[in-house]
Design a protein around this ligand. Structure first.
Ligand code: NIG
Ligand code: FE
Length: 417
């Protein structure tokens, strides 16, 4: 059945090339006043002014709803670690007393404490927990997330996570694209990073690829984790096996991950707090999207944020994502990320909204299918309780979403009309 949504005070379509937007193009939002959207068979059939769209013959046969508000493409959250067993409340308390990420790691917290909890968790519990979290994303206007492994760090536990993502994806309307992040940290039972990466490449990667359990491969390139040389070699091997490379780069120091990622053909480099000019140039040449994660800076209490303006000036497309994870960003709400991007990284509301939609899709190689509201694209959108799109970036700490549509179906409705 076709679905027609009318009454939209403002509609941002982000219509344009099926690619992430860079430089000035990141401000082009495809603005429509008094908009409407027509969908059928899971795809957008028409989007524009209410006058234009209701003239379409299909509109007469559609089930029609009127929703007052601002419509945008459903958020594409291209960086999450959404599978974890427990929050890290002990780490959180220590941080309130001044401990840093590195100090918490040294005291037995950090990634390895999440690994212990994931290894213990029953698969069925992992699935139901993820379905619950998927509902949180949908209610905030997110239609697609990327989900990383990385809290298992052995064959059985990493596969348990990927199978849980697959099982949960069949039971929720949220679309989830899986990433193998076995190279998140060296687990205690291994002597060093080289030995562990050899194990991942020989014991985990082949099975993940043959069972088609992941789309992307990621690595945490940082002092005390994996070096740029290791990252380059590892991502190239994953690429040859058929996974699309991504990298956690320059998060805690300037270390060389962004350039290593670009050399390995990474579709995105993520975090980038300490990226310098040379790294940004390497990313532009290599075609990597810069995925910035300001909710993690907020949560860690950092005063330094990634330099979004430098990436935009250089012509590197900027995407925004939550980094939802128990250690550095327990946040699933892309609306908070928009606000942090504008307030702390001086992105304009137009750039931030582009970064959270079509550029998020670009960071997942899905800009031809997701991230804009135009005929032929997947019918994923959200309507917010606002009169002006800038309110989405302005009010913070709230959920303004009233309607989420995924593949042409209403999957969350709080519109009280
Ligand atoms: O994206 N930097 C590495 N990974 C996560 C944090 C993981 C954790 O602390 O559990 C991040 O910030
Ligand atoms: Fe991350």
């Amino acid at each position: 059945m076709a679905l027609l949504i009318t009454g939209l005070t403002q509609l941002l379509t982000f219509k344009g090339p099926a690619a992430p937007r860079a430089g000035r193009a990141q401000r082009e939002i495809g603005f429509v006043k008094n908009g409407a959207v027509l969908m059928e068979g899971g795809l957008i059939r028409a989007a524009g002014t209410e006058k234009e769209v209701t003239r379409n013959p299909l509109a007469k046969k559609a089930s029609a709803i009127k929703v007052k508000g601002v419509a945008i493409p459903a958020f594409v959250d291209s960086h999450t670690h959404a599978v974890f067993a427990e929050p890290r409340l002990g780490d959180f308390s220590l941080r309130t007393q001044g401990a840093t990420y590195a100090e918490i790691k040294a005291r037995g917290g950090g990634i390895i404490s999440s690994v212990k909890a994931v290894r213990r968790q029953a698969p069925a519990e992992m699935v139901s927990q993820l379905i619950g979290r998927a509902g949180r994303f949908l209610e905030c206007g997110t239609g697609t997330i990327e989900v990383k492994t990385g809290y298992g760090l052995d064959r059985n536990s990493e596969l348990k996570i990927l199978k849980a993502v697959k099982a949960a994806a069949a039971l929720t309307k949220l679309e989830m694209l899986p990433t193998l992040l076995s190279a998140h940290a060296v687990p205690p039972e291994f002597g060093g990073s080289k030995e562990y990466l050899r194990y991942v490449l020989s014991e985990i990667l082949p099975e993940v690829v043959s069972k088609k359990l992941a789309v992307f491969a990621d690595i945490f390139c940082e002092k005390g984790y994996f070096t740029p040389e290791e990252s380059l070699e590892y991502l190239k091997a994953c690429g040859r096996a058929g996974l699309v490379p991504k990298i956690h780069a320059e998060q805690l120091s300037n270390y060389g991950g962004a350039a290593a990622g670009a050399a390995a053909g990474a579709i995105s480099a993520d975090h980038l707090d300490y990226a310098r000019k040379k790294d940004i140039t390497a990313m532009r040449r290599g075609g990597s999207v810069a995925t910035l994660l300001p909710a993690s800076n907020f949560f860690l209490g950092l005063s330094k944020y990634p330099d979004a303006r430098a990436f935009i000036a250089e012509g590197v497309p900027v995407a925004l994502a939550t980094d939802f994870n128990p250690g550095t960003s327990p946040c699933w709400n892309m609306q908070f990320v928009l606000s942090a991007a504008c307030a702390r990284m001086k992105m304009t509301p137009e750039e931030a909204l582009c970064a959270a939609t079509i550029n998020g899709a670009g960071a997942l190689g899905a800009a031809g299918r997701l991230g804009s509201i135009e005929p032929g694209k997947q019918a994923d959108l959200a309507v917010f309780d606002a009169e002006d799109y800038r309110e989405l970036c302005y009010y913070f700490g709230a959920n303004l979403n009233k309607l989420t549509v995924k593949k042409g179906n209403i999957v969350y409705n709080n519109s009280r009309q």
